[in-house]
Write a protein that binds this ligand. Sequence first.
Ligand SMILES: [Zn+2]
Length: 396
Amino acid sequence: MGKTEELYYTSAYISEFDAQVLSCHETKDGKYAVVLDRTAFFPEQGGQSSDTGTLTDEGGKEYKVTHVSIGDEMEHMVSEPIAPGSKVFGVIDWAHRFSNMQQHTGEHIFSGVVNSDFGYNNVGFHLSDNEVTMDYDGVLTKEDIARIEDKVNAAIWENIEVIAEFPDSSKLAEIDYRSKKELEGDVRIVTIPGYDVCACCAPHVARTGEIGFLKVVSLQNYKGGVRVSILCGKRALEYLRNEHEILGSLSGMLTTSADKVLSSVEKAFEENKSLKAELTGAREELMEYELSSIDKDKKDVILIKNQDVDGNLMRKTVNALTARHSGVCGFFAKAGENSCKYIIASGADKKDLKKLQELMKEKFAAKGGGSSAMIQGSISGALVDADAVYDLISTL
Ligand SMILES: [Zn+2]
């Protein structure tokens, strides 16, 4: 990395600084990449989102820094050019940065505990404004996670000093530290005594107590190991506040206390299930009654229902019809506001329904498929008229 002095190595708590613009060039997407002689902006790297903030020139003009990237140079992205040689005053979005420091330091303790207690490595880390995830190369159960979470929070409340240093090569050789890859050049070691030693270049809080607390918010199997999502500090508070509000609303809807919401919902599901079964039974009985009133001598029977009917009931009805009537038996029912669905089967006369399907496509622009014994599909627009269907059947 080029000429920029990295002030976040002096202290993670520098949020304002004076600097001089070394260069500025337009990028492919029409933004401007500003290189400074010194910066407190931490660039995007190691799976962590960059700092954002502002640069203000001597004339008082403010430039929003939307992203900071690191390559050959450390580039601050702004929407207008700033002349090389200009003096600027940089301010980083401290709430955003401090939150990143909390999430990141929380991750160190978590991964340190996973490593010492289970021997697993953190093989992937992602810290964005939406989520904080770590991938481990071994499986952790819900119970493991609860124990790790307890241990991490105990470490947070011990308020341990977080030490970041660049040890010389001989000292470095003696340190047993976690690292995602083989490192070259100056290696920065971040130590949380008793919990973690890890090579890392990002800003961290000075003492673990500043993390506040850590909450695991999801655990899923991932590439033979697990992906764990965590939140720390204010982000954890906001997450839990939101969940608490949802629980409060549910509790209000169910007129029960929060601790009884789960059993109330389970009860409501059970009731819903038995009501559905009861309704299906009642509908079947009603349909049976309706079928028994159809003249047995009729060969073809087309039922049209101006309501949505369960597909299973439609099928059962059509089967019952073909057992009594030898011709073509069909059931049309509404499906949503502006379409209908149908199932048609052939009775003992074994009429070719594939042909009927073709006729339905021509006449009603029906969409569907099936065999010569049974077809089904849908028609957009209003419900079809029974006589129009009988007309088609008469040509078979
Ligand atoms: Zn770190």
